[in-house]
Design a protein around this ligand. Structure first.
Ligand SMILES: Nc1ncnc2c1ncn2[C@@H]1O[C@H](COP(=O)(O)OP(=O)(O)OP(=O)(O)O)[C@@H](O)[C@H]1O
Ligand SMILES: [Mg+2]
Length: 244
């Protein structure tokens, strides 16, 4: 984990959302959401297209302000100790190693440490052999592995992943899922969105089911899939709920 200044070596988690909502053009797209995300379990936010998964993740990560309610990490400046991976990776027009180095430089890290962390992150995600390759010439799967490397290089305490395999084939999906499990093993809290039930079962410890901007259920993964409580979750699991 990245060392915090002063005596602040407390965790940034839990993250607490209180009465969070997001409204646009008089329509309520999210909320009210009340949610506490603790360190530990791999949390999957599951829901159909348009349910509000991306909105919720962006609000948690801090790049979107809710129109009402509060989002509180457990310590100040927590934003530095968490990261996000997007469905379509946003990479710089530089080579693989330079893309990782860039985020470390933003954290004012010294060159020696940056180099070590870059090597470590490339190894973790299996892209060492691509270190001098330009990001734009990578395949979709390689780009997403670079996005994971970059998000993990800062050793975040929490990582948000918004449908990180949505554009990938089964092999690349499998690779990315394994990296996500490794990142979790390294001590990073995983909060990941997906509309893919099988993926949720592979990755989740707990499931948060989102529908039309509301959290309808939160349960340990087995319980959710064996015994969903809401009608909407039952329909979704039967493939009958096609949009949010
Ligand atoms: N900036 C915006 N302005 C207006 N409507 C928006 C905006 N962002 C999202 N929405 C709407 O909010 C709803 C939730 O969108 P969101 O992208 O969070 O869904 P999602 O669950 O991530 O869906 P998907 O699985 O397709 O990624 C959708 O109906 C979407 O059209
Ligand atoms: Mg989305």
């Amino acid at each position: 984990m990245m060392k915090k200044p002063g005596n602040q070596n407390r965790s940034i988690l839990p993250l607490t959302l209180q009465d969070v909502s997001y409204e646009k053009n008089h329509s309520l797209l999210l909320g009210k959401v009340n949610l506490i995300l603790e360190s530990g379990p791999r949390t999957i936010i599951l829901g159909p297209n348009g349910a509000g998964k991306s909105l919720l993740m962006r609000i948690c990560h801090g790049i979107l302000e809710p129109t009402a309610g509060t989002v509180d990490w457990s310590i100040p400046n927590a934003i530095r100790y968490q990261s996000m991976v997007f469905q379509r990776p946003m990479l710089l027009q530089r080579n693989v190693a330079a893309n990782i180095d860039y985020v470390l430089r933003l954290r004012s890290m010294q060159k020696k440490e940056r180099r070590l962390r870059t090597i470590e992150a490339m190894e973790m995600t299996g892209i060492t052999y691509l270190k001098n390759t330009q990001a734009y010439s990578l395949s979709a799967g390689e780009q997403q592995r670079l996005a994971l490397a970059r998000a993990w290089a800062t050793k975040p305490e929490a990582m948000f992943l918004d449908e990180p395999t949505a554009n990938l084939d089964p092999t690349a999906t499998h690779e990315v899922e394994n990296i996500i499990l490794d990142i979790h093993k390294s001590g990073t809290k995983i909060i990941m969105s997906t509309h893919d039930m099988a993926q949720a079962q592979r990755i989740a410890t707990e499931v948060i089911f989102l529908h039309k901007g509301n959290i309808l259920e939160r349960a340990p993964v087995k319980m959710f899939f064996q015994n969903p409580v809401s009608l909407e979750a039952k329909q979704f699991l039967q493939g009958k709920l096609l949009w949010g």
